[in-house]
Design a protein around this ligand. Structure first.
Ligand code: PRX
Length: 638
C-alpha cells in the first residue's frame, strides 16, 4: 500500500483528479475521506447552499480528529518523531516527541481537562508560547470535544478579553511567560489583565516556561505540572476519544474583517480534517520520513492547519520553532534546516524579505542540501524575494509552492503542487482539486477566459470552508456570501494569466496584510479613537519593504497643546494596549480634517494614494466637502 493513495504524483494525475473533482465532487471527496478512520461512516457526503449559507460535509459521519492524528499511526510509526521542537535559545536542548509520546501526553492532558469538569462543546482559550505543550493542549481539547480558541501571543489583554467573552470560554491555558528572541513576554500577567473582564472563566492552567514571577489566584489558577501530577496519581493514563459528528465544531479562530470586532471563524471536525490532510500531502508532496518545518505560529490558521492537524493526520514529522528568524542572528532558520536536515520549509514572504536584507553571510556556511520543497504563505510574494528564496535557499533545485488561502478556507485552495505542477514566480498558480475559483467584476458578473483580472470568488464548497462565525451566523453571511449572491467572496483581487494561473494581487476590502497578519483598518481606527484628544482617524495601508504593507494613520487631534511627537507615541501605545503590538501604526500624520464626501463618507481612495506616495492624479476631488484639506494632507505626508 502506498503511503497516501490520494497523493498526486504527476501532472496527468492532477488533471484527472481536478476533472473528477469538478464532475463529481461528492464521489471525489468520498474517495479521499475513505482513507481516514471514522467511527461511523457518513450518510450524505455534501449538503449545501450559499444563501443561508449552509454547508455540511460527511453528515452523519462520526470521528475524532485526534484518533486520525495520533492513534492510527501508533502501530506503524509509533516511534517516529511526530513533533521536533527547537527552543528559542539554541543553547537549550531541543525536544523530540514520538507519536507514542505525543499520544500519551495528549491523553494525559485531556484527562486534566476532564478533571476540571470540561465536557464536549465547552470553549477553552489557549494563549501559549510555541512549545510542544501548545500542540498538546490543542489536541487534548479536540480529544474530548472541547472547542479551542487559540489566541496569538502578540495580542493584548483587551483583545484576549474580547475573544474570551465572545466565545464564553470557561478555561484558559497559558504559561508564565514566553521567550521571543531576547525578549520575554509576560503571558500570565496579560491573561490576568484580560480576566478582569471575563466572568465566564473559572479556571486558568499555567505552564512553567520562563519562571517569571506570576500571581496565582487561589481557586482559579493552577500549575500545569501540578495538574499532571494529579492525573498521574489517578492511575489511568488512557483517554477515550470523544465521538464527534463530522459537523461538530472543532475550533474557533478569530480573524479581522473590514468592519467591527474580529470574527470567530468556525471550523468543524470532518471536512477540516480531510482537506487539511489532502492539501498537505499534495501541495508539499510529503514523503515518509521527511522533516517538515512550518515557521508560522499556532496562533494563526497556518499553524493550526499546517503545523498541527494536516501534518499529524498525515503521519508526518512536524518541526515547531519557539523563536524568531533573526535571533541570535539572521541565520537561525538556516541553522535549524541544517541541524534537523529539514526537507520541506514553509514560511512567509515577510520573513524572506527581512532575511534577504541581512545578506548572504548568514546562509553561506549552512548545509541546506536536505531541502527539497520550499513554500510561502500569507501575502503576495514579490518576484525579488521569490528569486532570492529560489536561488539562495533552494539553490535552484527546490520547487517553491506559493500557497493562497485564508483563515476562512481552512486549507490551501490555490497553489502549485511541488514538482508536479509548474511554479511561476509571484503566482499561486492553479486551484487544488475540489476548488472552483472564478473572477467576477464589480457587479458580480463572471469574467470568463484568461488574461483577466477581477474579484476572486469560489463557486462551490470544499470540505474545510468556514461554517459560521461564532454566535452570529448572519455576520458570516454578510461578510462572505452576500456581496455576490451564490458565491463565497474571498475579499481578494486576482488576475488569471494566459495559461489560467492565478496571481493574487491583495485585498480589495479595508483589510490590511501587515507581515502576513490580517488587520482590519476599522479596528485600528477604533483603537486610535480611544486615545484622549483624538477626534477621528482614518487608517490605510502603504507599501512596506519588509512587512509588505505598513499602517498609515491620519489622525485629527484637538487635545490641546502637547508635543506632537509624544502624542504620536501615545497613540501608538494606545493601539498596542487595545489590539496588541502587531497593530501599531508605522506612521501617524496629524491632520486638521479628513477628506469626506458631502454625505460624510471618508474618501479612503485619496488617503491610500497619498500614503503610497502618489500625490498627483488623485482622481475626482470635486465631490469633496472640503477639497482644501487634501492639499494640506499632501503637504504633510510622512
Ligand atoms: O490576502 C490574502 C493573503 O492573506 C489573506 C488571508 O489572511 P489570513 O486569513 O490571515 O490567512 C493567512 C494564511 C493563510 C488572503 O485573503 N494571502 C494568503 N496567502 C497568500 C495571500 N496573498 C497572496 N498570495 C498568497 N499565497
Amino acid at each position: 500500500m502506498s503511503y497516501h493513495s490520494y497523493q498526486i504524483r504527476s501532472r496527468e494525475q492532477y488533471d484527472l483528479a481536478y476533472k473528477k473533482s469538478i464532475e463529481d465532487p461528492e464521489g471525489f471527496w468520498a474517495d479521499v475521506a475513505s482513507n481516514f478512520q471514522w467511527q461511523r461512516r457518513w450518510e450524505k457526503t455534501l449538503e449545501w447552499n450559499f444563501e443561508e449559507p449552509k454547508v455540511r460535509w460527511f453528515s452523519g459521519g462520526q470521528l475524532n480528529i485526534t484518533e486520525n492524528c495520533l492513534d492510527r499511526h501508533l502501530a506503524e510509526r509509533g516511534d517516529q518523531p511526530a513533533i521536533v521542537w527547537e527552543p528559542n535559545n539554541p543553547e537549550e536542548d531541543y525536544r523530540v516527541l514520538s507519536y507514542k509520546e505525543l499520544h500519551f501526553k495528549v491523553c494525559q492532558f485531556a484527562n486534566v481537562l476532564k478533571n476540571n469538569g470540561l465536557k464536549k462543546g465547552d470553549r477553552v482559550c489557549i494563549y501559549m508560547p510555541m512549545i510542544p505543550e501548545l500542540a498538546i493542549a490543542v489536541l487534548a481539547c479536540a480529544r474530548i470535544g472541547v472547542i479551542h480558541s487559540v489566541v496569538f501571543g502578540g495580542f493584548s489583554a483587551q483583545s484576549i478579553a474580547d475573544r474570551i467573552q465572545d466565545a464564553q470560554c470557561c478555561l484558559v491555558i497559558t504559561a508564565d511567560g514566553a521567550h521571543r528572541g531576547n525578549k520575554e513576554i509576560p503571558l500570565k500577567a496579560v491573561i490576568d489583565d484580560a480576566l478582569v473582564q471575563c466572568p465566564s472563566v473559572r479556571k486558568v492552567i499555567v505552564l512553567t516556561r520562563t519562571r517569571v514571577p506570576v500571581s496565582m489566584i487561589k481557586g482559579r489558577d493552577s500549575w500545569w505540572e501540578d495538574e499532571i501530577r494529579k492525573v498521574e496519581t489517578q492511575g489511568n493514563p488512557a483517554c477515550t476519544a470523544e465521538v464527534m459528528d463530522a459537523e461538530d465544531m472543532l475550533f474557533i479562530l478569530y480573524t479581522s474583517g473590514s468592519t467591527g470586532k474580529p470574527k470567530g471563524v468556525v471550523h468543524t471536525c470532518g471536512g477540516y480534517m480531510v482537506f487539511t490532510n489532502y492539501s498537505f500531502v499534495n501541495v508539499f508532496q510529503y514523503q515518509p520520513g521527511d522533516v517538515y518545518f512550518c515557521t508560522a505560529d499556532i496562533g494563526w490558521i497556518t499553524g493550526h492547519s499546517y503545523i498541527v492537524y494536516g501534518p499529524l493526520s498525515a503521519g508526518a514529522t512536524t518541526l515547531m520553532f519557539e523563536g524568531i528568524p533573526t535571533w541570535p542572528d539572521a541565520g537561525r532558520f538556516w541553522e535549524i534546516v541544517d541541524k534537523f536536515k529539514v526537507n520541506i520549509l514553509y514560511t512567509a514572504p515577510t520573513a524572506i524579505r527581512s532575511l534577504m536584507g541581512f545578506g548572504l553571510d548568514f546562509v553561506k556556511n549552512k548545509d541546506l542540501s536536505s531541502l527539497r520543497v520550499l513554500g510561502t504563505v500569507g501575502e503576495p510574494i514579490n518576484e525579488e524575494a521569490w528569486h532570492w528564496y529560489d536561488e539562495n535557499i533552494g539553490k535552484g533545485r527546490c520547487p517553491i509552492v506559493d500557497t493562497w488561502w485564508q483563515t476562512e478556507t481552512g486549507g490551501i485552495l490555490i497553489s502549485n503542487l511541488a514538482g508536479i505542477t509548474p511554479a511561476k514566480p509571484a503566482h499561486a498558480t492553479l486551484p487544488l482539486p475540489g476548488v472552483q475559483p472564478i473572477l467576477v467584476d464589480e457587479k458580480g458578473e463572471e469574467l470568463k477566459g484568461n488574461s483577466i483580472s477581477g474579484n476572486l470568488c469560489i463557486k462551490f464548497p470544499w470540505p474545510s470552508i468556514i461554517r459560521t462565525t461564532y454566535g452570529d451566523h448572519e455576520r458570516c453571511r454578510q461578510a462572505y456570501f452576500a456581496t455576490y449572491p451564490g458565491l463565497y467572496f474571498t475579499g481578494d483581487g486576482a488576475l488569471r494569466d494566459e495559461e489560467g494561473n492565478y496571481r493574487i494581487t491583495g485585498r480589495v476590502d479595508d483589510v490590511l496584510n501587515v507581515s502576513g497578519h490580517r488587520i482590519g483598518t476599522a479596528e485600528v481606527e477604533n483603537a486610535i479613537n480611544m486615545h484622549t484628544g483624538v477626534v477621528e482617524s482614518a487608517v490605510v495601508g502603504y507599501p512596506h519593504e519588509i512587512k509588505g504593507q505598513g499602517i498609515y494613520a491620519y489622525v485629527v487631534y484637538n487635545g490641546g497643546s502637547h508635543e506632537m511627537s509624544l502624542v504620536s507615541k501615545d497613540v501608538v501605545q494606545t493601539v498596542s494596549r487595545i489590539i496588541g503590538p502587531i497593530a501599531k501604526p508605522d506612521k501617524i500624520q496629524f491632520v486638521s480634517g479628513l477628506p469626506k464626501t458631502r454625505s460624510g463618507k471618508i474618501m479612503r481612495r485619496i488617503l491610500r494614494k497619498i500614503a503610497e506616495g502618489e500625490l498627483e492624479n488623485l482622481g475626482d476631488t470635486s465631490t469633496l466637502l472640503d477639497p482644501a484639506v487634501v492639499e494640506e494632507i499632501k503637504k504633510g505626508k510622512l
